[in-house]
Every structure is written in C-alpha cells, then in structure tokens.
Design a protein around this ligand. Structure first.
Ligand code: SF4
Length: 422
C-alpha cells in the first residue's frame, strides 16, 4: 500500500496482524457454524485428498457452496447443496448431467446462470484439463467459466490451502470497519485496497479457516445494522470501534479522527462526514444504487383436460441464454409500458396463437391478477391471464420446446420462483 496512507487505514504492524489472526481463529474454532460444506472439507482434508480412488475427480465441496451462496442465504442453500452433492459428487457426474437436470435441481434458488456455468466449468475440467481441478486462485479464475476472483480465492484457500485472501460482501464490511474506510466501497480503487488488505491479513498456516472466519464474523457478529461489537473477537483491532469508544455518542469533535478530509482516498467524502448516531455502521458506505428496470410481462395459464381427466397446463422453454436461460414458463410476452388493457389482451392472444396453431380470441382471456417479482436489477410485473381450452391441442414442434404438465409435474419442472408465484 502507498506509504502516504495514514496508519489507521493499514495493517502495517506485523505484531498486530499476528494478534488479529490468533484472536479471529480462536473465536472461529469455538463458534463456527456447523455447515455441510465445512464437514465435507474436513472429511476430505485440505487438498481434497481423501481415501477414495475417485479423489482426483471429486467435485470441490467449496466450489458448489460458494457459487450457491452468491446472492442466496445460507439457510436456503443447505438443502440445495446436500441434494446437489449427493446427485453429482464428482466432476464427471456433473459434466454428464443435462442442463435440464441442473435447472430442475436449481429451481427456486434464483440466478440460474450460476448452475449452468458450474456445469460448464465441470465439463471443461473433464474435457480439457484431464479431470484435474486447477488448484491456485490464478488458474481457477483464468481457466474456469463462472469463477471470479472471490470464488477462486475461496476454493484455492479452503480446498487447496493456498495463502490467498478473499473479499466478499461480509469481508468488505468487516475490513471497512476495522480500518475506518468510508469511501465508496463499491469503487474499484477501494475494492483493490481491500484485496491488498485481505492478502496481508490471511493466516499463512490456516488460510482457508482464516478466510471463513473473516466471512463468518461478518455474517454473525459484524452484521450490517446492529453489529455485536461487545462480543467481537477483534474489537481491540477495530478503528471504528475505537472511534465510538473514544468519543461515545454524540461525538464532541466530529471530524478530529478523519485523516485529511477531502483528500484521503479511503475516508468518507467531505460532504458525508461521520454521523455519530450511526456509530460503527458509518462504515462501509456505498454510492447510491441505480433503480431497477421496470418491466411488465403478460403471461397466460393455458389449461386443458388431460387424458385421465386431470387438468394440464402448457409450459414453454425460454431461450438458452439471457435471463432465466433454459427455464420453463407459461407462455409469456414482454409488454410495452403504458399499454391499454385491451391492446395487452390482443397482443397476448396473438402470441398464444403461434403456440396453439389456431386463432385465440382476445376476449376469451380471463384476467386473474398481477404478480410482482423482483430480480436483482429488474422490477417485473406479470399480468396473469388464464384460458381453458376445449379439445386437443397439437403443439408445433418447430417452435421452442413446449409441453403439457399436471400441477405436480409443473412443480417438479425447472421453473422459476416467479412462475411458481404466477
Ligand atoms: Fe465489527 Fe464491531 Fe467487531 Fe469492529 S468491533 S469488527 S465494528 S463487530
């Protein structure tokens, strides 16, 4: 790090770094949560060397958990993780799975491209790397699709014992508080500094445990809104905590601790000084997010009587790239904004006609209601219609894949959470 940065933003004292590592690891050994991927790493040993003859081809336990945990809570991931590892314990097994099977298991977890890319990467390891996983963060990131800097660092440190740091949302929060970093924590300059810090801090003999400990601290103690500083194992190393304890609330001298307001690349901007009512949660700070894109989509639940008299519903497959790639849905059509209801029906009827191969009367569509679903960057409103059909409908095989399913089959298919709401 540049020498010009004040010490409060750095980990420059080797004795302090050593003490912080020791305190954090001792806490982790006492308090870590029991999670299935941790049990699997322990059973296999660091380096992934277990007793099985299949060992070189085992699917790294951490890889799957890290991909699933991106944007999804631990509690939700556990069941998906166990089913995934049971179904595809080896790279070869995952490489042979179809995208349909992957999507079916992933259904409900969101951000479907994650599962798809995980499988593509497994195929690449099997087909192009002779079934051998890359073992360093650099190679993992370079060679495997869907593996970014964070995931590469996590796999390399936890599965293969490489002394390399990781930076995820939890680590960003903890490091920004430990070192009073109030500049925009999503800016590339700050992120680079945080990676430097993570690499300085990581314990050389237990890098995987250290990285998990730092993330665990962010997930359970140094949480976003009401951190449990009193119970924190590293509070004596925390500049934000020091500042709160020194000045209490409210701070009598608001800016005395800021190094060189307006000039320091890691301090809050001069226009957003320390807010004593926020305490340590002054950090981290982020630039305001862009508002999500607003979209409206008409969707129609087409129903017919199946051969045994039970209701069947038409689902069609989405394109193999883009949002919700390869998933199944009720026939749907994105709508222009501010479209009149009558026009909306006409466009949907026209769209359905292509699927049915016969005219569909717009007035036959029954409006059911609206369903709102928030994707990370899209505020999607589904305008839901239904239509009951008489007689057999023969689907045109020249169009995208489509099929009739019962309600049970619908729920077992690779459909998104948004469609289940519909
Ligand atoms: Fe986070 Fe508080 Fe611990 Fe500092 S003392 S690292 S703010 S929990």
């Amino acid at each position: 790090a540049p020498a010009s940065l004040p010490a409060r933003h750095l980990f420059s004292d080797p004795a302090e770094v050593e003490a912080l590592r020791g305190n954090l690891l001792a806490w982790y050994d006492r308090c870590k949560r029991d999670l299935p991927w941790r049990a699997l790493v322990t059973a296999r040993g660091v380096g992934g060397v277990g007793a099985s003859a299949l060992t070189p081809a085992l699917l790294p336990a951490v890889w799957v958990s890290e991909i699933m945990l991106q944007q999804t809570q631990v509690a939700t991931v556990i069941d998906y993780y166990n089913r995934w590892m049971q179904k595809w314990p080896t790279l070869q097994a995952l490489a042979q799975a179809s995208l349909e099977e992957v999507n079916e298991l992933w259904a409900g977890l969101g951000y479907y491209s994650r599962g798809k890319r995980l499988q593509e990467a497994a195929r690449k390891v099997v087909a192009e790397l002779a079934g051998r996983m890359p073992r360093t963060a650099e190679d993992l990131q370079k060679l495997l699709p869907g593996v970014g800097r964070y995931t590469a660092g996590a796999i390399a440190s936890i599965s293969y014992g490489q002394a390399t740091g990781v930076v995820d949302g939890n680590v960003i929060r903890v490091l920004c508080r430990l070192r009073c970093i109030g500049a925009d924590s999503s800016s590339p300059a700050v992120i680079d500094r945080l990676w430097d810090m993570a690499n300085v801090l990581v314990d050389r003999s237990r890098p995987g445990d250290f990285n998990q400990a730092l993330m665990e601290l962010g997930a359970t103690v140094c949480v976003p809104k009401a951190p449990l500083c009193g119970e924190c194992p590293v509070k004596q190393h925390c500049q934000a905590w020091r500042r709160v304890s020194l000045f209490g609330k409210p701070s009598p001298v608001p800016d005395v601790e800021d190094c060189c307001v307006g000039d320091c690349p890691l301090c809050p901007p001069a226009t957003e000084p320390w807010d004593s009512s926020l305490g340590v949660t002054n950090f981290p700070r982020k630039a305001a997010k862009k508002p999500p894109r607003v979209m409206r989509t008409a969707t129609c639940v087409l129903e017919q009587r199946g051969c045994h008299g039970a209701s069947e519903y038409l689902i069609v497959q989405r394109p193999s790239s883009g949002l919700l790639a390869g998933l199944w849905e009720f026939p749907s059509l994105p709508l222009a904004q501010d479209l009149q209801e009558e026009k909306e029906r006409e466009e949907l009827a026209h769209h359905l006609q292509a699927w049915m191969g016969r005219p569909v009367a717009a007035k036959g569509l029954q409006f059911i209601g609206e369903v709102v679903h928030i994707f990370s960057h899209i505020h999607q409103t589904y305008v839901v219609y239904s239509l009951r059909l008489d007689g057999d409908v023969t689907l045109d095989p020249a169009l995208s894949p489509s099929r009739w399913v019962t309600e049970d089959e619908f729920h077992a298919s690779a459909v998104s959470t948004a469609m289940k709401k519909v």
